[in-house]
Design a protein around this ligand. Structure first.
Ligand SMILES: Nc1ncnc2c1ncn2[C@@H]1O[C@H](COP(=O)(O)OP(=O)(O)OP(=O)(O)O)[C@@H](O)[C@H]1O
Ligand SMILES: [Mg+2]
Length: 576
């Protein structure tokens, strides 16, 4: 809760407005009782019609003031709720952007999305209406109690004895409500994750006619949500019902006592009316508070989860005192005894995905990485970009260990075309300009032309402004790949990482794109992963990788004579 209040700090002005409105409102409602009392005693019972009219007018006036105050209280409170949840969303999102791929490998994005939407919505209602109601009720309760005391000590004493008893159910059921609320939100997140996954892969779902199983799995999850909610609702309902029962009992008792006092002349009818007015008000406040406490408990569950997200720190630490790269960056990469494992504990020697890599890549050199699937080629790229940190040895860029370079500066030296082309649900233009948002239209078109993407872009309904749809569903595999290549070309960075960058292209386009890439590679260090050896025979050096180790390094001709694995690969592809 302290955390949520902390979020209110920048909005002191609005909080003050809300509080002023709240006090005026509560004051007006309390004053109303005095008006009613006067109307009964001085007008009604005294048979004074004029006084009665005056008092009724007064009551009406107080009611108008109270209503206006309510408008402002409601407005500012709900506004604050929206504002706080918007701020929390921004904080969480910008934090999520810093988390390493290792986090996303463990957490399902759908779950994160659900935390985002449903948990912040819970916080929003609590801050917006819950807190407002709780505050108003507290003020009303205290005010009503004071005015009751003013009317009758004995009766107030009775009410005071009753209040702790009324609140007892909160103590008994509150903690349960909170636990179940958290549980329930977790289930909702689970459902979110499932929807996200199955709908994203809808073609596979339908192709394998997996719908009925999905329906079943989904229904299990939904029932999980219901089950968790049922627990929470049961305890909340129990809590609310017992509070209402106890307060009703207390009010009736007090009213009975008061009525007797009126009969014996100790109290006027107006006083009893006012007292009961306040007692009901106080009782209502207690009921509201108890209900809000249920809400707050739900919010506490939600904010715990938000804070958990905010507390997750990236496995990849930015260098505390970054060492600048020598300018201009030449792109010399040295791997010294580099070893890496995805597993967190490295007890098992066979878990190493990369083992003792030693390689010196000269500035401007063109190096190809070849080897069987699962050899660790893509993993090496990920380590270069510091998506993961090597556990052993080190990698240096222009003589500086990559862990000592500022993360941002390091990544800005690489242009990568990943194994699976990544297209954002945006226009062609934005997709190509991704690495250089300030690029001019001419530059973007030049990059598209070099990547042989200009022709198909011209045929799209709105050319460069065509929206590509989620994950680029409106493009073919080869078209997506060419957009990704254009992006790398436009980014124009000192080191180029190509992971199967031309694998989805037809032979004619592949040759053309290769020519474009050859031009681009001039003066740039380039690492090319390729399964099709024909595309890399002209590399300066070819590195043969197998099971995380470097087997051999050499030119195409050297390797053909010296390395059995390479020769075998080449023979299978009919290029030996
Ligand atoms: N996020 C991950 N967590 C755990 N293990 C992983 C992860 N990513 C890859 N691996 C494992 O690391 C090994 C190397 O994978 P990598 O993707 O580097 O292979 P690759 O050489 O690029 O293969 P391909 O040619 O098929 O793309 C594989 O055995 C794979 O199972
Ligand atoms: Mg790979």
């Amino acid at each position: 809760m302290g955390w949520i209040f902390g979020q209110l700090k920048p909005y002191k002005r609005q909080v003050v407005y809300a509080l002023i409105a709240l006090f005026i409102g509560a004051g007006a409602w309390l004053l109303l009782g005095q008006g009613v009392k006067a109307a009964v005693d001085q007008g009604f019972l005294a048979n004074n019609a004029q006084r009665l009219t005056q008092m009724v007018a007064l009551v009406l006036a107080i009611g108008v003031v109270g209503s206006i105050a309510t408008y402002f209280r409601f407005f500012y409170m709900v506004w604050l709720g929206e504002r706080v949840s918007a701020d929390i969303r921004q904080q969480v999102y910008s934090h999520l952007l810093t988390l390493s791929p290792e986090f996303y490998a463990k957490t399902r994005t759908g779950e994160v999305i659900s935390r985002f939407t449903s948990d912040t919505t819970v916080l929003q209602t609590v801050v917006g209406s819950g807190l407002s109601m709780a505050l108003r009720s507290t003020v009303t309760f205290i005010g009503a109690l004071l005015l009751m005391l003013f009317t009758s000590h004995v009766l107030t004493l009775c009410v005071l004895i009753a209040v702790p008893i009324v609140l007892l159910p909160i103590r008994i059921f509150g903690a349960r409500v909170r636990t179940y609320a958290r549980n329930s939100q977790d289930r909702v997140a689970d459902v979110g994750a499932y929807i996200d996954e199955s709908l994203h892969e809808i073609q596979t779902v339908q192709a394998y006619t997996h719908e009925h199983l999905d329906r079943e799995h989904f229904s299990q999850r939904i029932e999980g949500v219901m089950g968790a909610a049922r627990q929470r609702i049961r305890f909340r309902a129990l809590m609310i019902a017992s509070i209402i029962a106890i307060s009703l009992l207390a009010i009736t008792l007090v009213a009975w006592l008061g009525a007797n006092q009126v009969l014996s002349g100790e109290l006027s009818a107006g006083e009893l009316t006012a007292f009961m007015f306040y007692a009901v008000m106080a009782g209502g406040s207690v009921a509201t508070i108890s209900e809000v406490i249920g809400e707050i408990q739900k919010a506490a569950g939600a904010s715990e989860r938000m804070m958990e997200l905010l507390d997750t720190v990236s496995q990849i630490k930015d260098a505390p005192m970054p060492q600048p790269l020598p300018q201009p960056v030449r792109g010399e990469l040295v791997l010294a005894n580099a070893g890496f494992s995805y597993a967190e504990s490295q007890d098992l020697e066979q878990e190493w995905v990369l083992k003792d890599l030693n390689l010196h890549i000269q500035p401007g050199e063109r190096v190809a990485l070849v080897g069987p699937s699962g050899a660790g080629k893509s993993t090496l790229f990920q380590c270069l970009l510091r998506f993961y940190d090597m556990q052993r040895g080190q990698i240096t860029l222009d003589g500086v260990p990559i862990t000592s370079v500022g993360l941002r500066e390091l990544r800005q030296q690489f242009a990568m075309v990943s194994q699976e082309s990544v297209i954002f649900a945006d226009s062609v233009r934005e997709n190509i300009a991704y690495g250089r948002p300030d690029a001019s239209q001419a530059e973007i078109e030049a990059a598209a032309k070099a990547a042989r993407a200009d022709e198909f872009i011209a045929e799209l309904p709105e050319g460069y402004h065509t929206q590509l749809g989620e994950r680029g569903v409106r493009l073919s595999g080869g078209q997506k790949q060419r957009i990704a290549i254009a992006r790398a070309i436009l980014a124009n960075r000192p080191i180029l990482l190509l992971d199967e960058a031309t694998s989805a292209l037809d032979a004619a386009n592949e040759i053309k794109v290769k020519q474009a890439l050859d031009e681009l590679m001039q003066g740039k260090t380039t690492l090319i992963i390729a399964h099709r050896l024909a595309t890399v025979t002209n590399a300066d050096r070819i590195v043969v990788m197998d099971k995380g180790q470097i087997q051999a390094v050499g030119t195409h001709q050297q390797l053909l004579t010296e390395n059995a694995l390479y020769r075998e690969l080449a023979q299978l592809q009919l290029i030996a």
